[in-house]
Design a protein. Sequence first.
Length: 349
Amino acid sequence: MQFPQYQIIITTVTPTGAQTVQQRFNKRVIHLYLPYDLPYSIQRFLKQLQPAICVIMETELWPNLYHYCHLQNVPIILVNARMSLRSLSGYKYFGSLMKKTLDCVDQVIAQTQLDADRIISMGFDPTRASVAGNLKFDVSIPSDLNLQAQSIRAELFSNRPVWIAASTHENEEELVLDAHERILTEFNNCLLIIAPRHPQRFDKVADLCIKRGFNVVRKSSNVERREVTQIFLLDTLGELQLYYGCADFAFVGGSLVPAGGHNMLEPASMGVPIISGIHVSNFHEISNLLLEAKAIFLIKDTSELVEKATMLLTDERLRQQMVVNGKRLVAENRGGTHQVMTILQSILE
């Protein structure tokens, strides 16, 4: 740890976020729920914590939190900041309030120059904005994670073709199941690992799979996986990256429905070819880079999903080339974390 004299406190606003913090960091950090952005709540929160610095990941603009941090001389740093065109339009509706909120920010470290320019267009001082790239490229993969994944695949799925649909959303699972049904007509022993984005939907997705006539096993049930199993429901948290490594290719969800997509760099860093829908507004830059590197297929509908899945399951050379391309892209874009830590160090010291 670079700053052992400081206690790290991570705040979230959802139970899912809280569970993720607990699983990833255990007792190395303190987790708290961020209170509603109301004057009394925020003042009390800051009085109890007395933070030395407030680091905001990506772009969450909380007027009262920023205002009272500024009054108490608590530096505010926006890290890995991004600003979609849609978010920019929404924030500009509250123009003067957002300008006052951004005036409280000491530094903005943006993912891209476009993100920085959009934040500057809201009235932020350009001399306090910089670009470090997307920190998601600095994703850390434990050295033995791929070995663990291969061990799990050999134990649970033997030599069957496997694909994973990760972080799927409402109305998207139906499209994924349509695709799997069609894939099974050509690859009758193919297995689908499905990992819904929101834990509260695990039961609903399990029921949907059963109603569609699939043989389903849930990860949490500890029931033995058999050759007749067609769908493995990953209904636990914190294991998605591991199970990416069990698959021949990954479909990253939130992208066949207009949810903005999810992080495509996790499967890329695990050496897995990627398929995504076209609704990737939250990961526009990353999807473009992956597309240019020929490490991803962007598809519009179920038919294209089946088409690309079939290509990947039948062409090992194509799979391996996409793996190499994806890993190279991740390696070439690492380093943003070092730049961020340099800035934080200058503030804390």
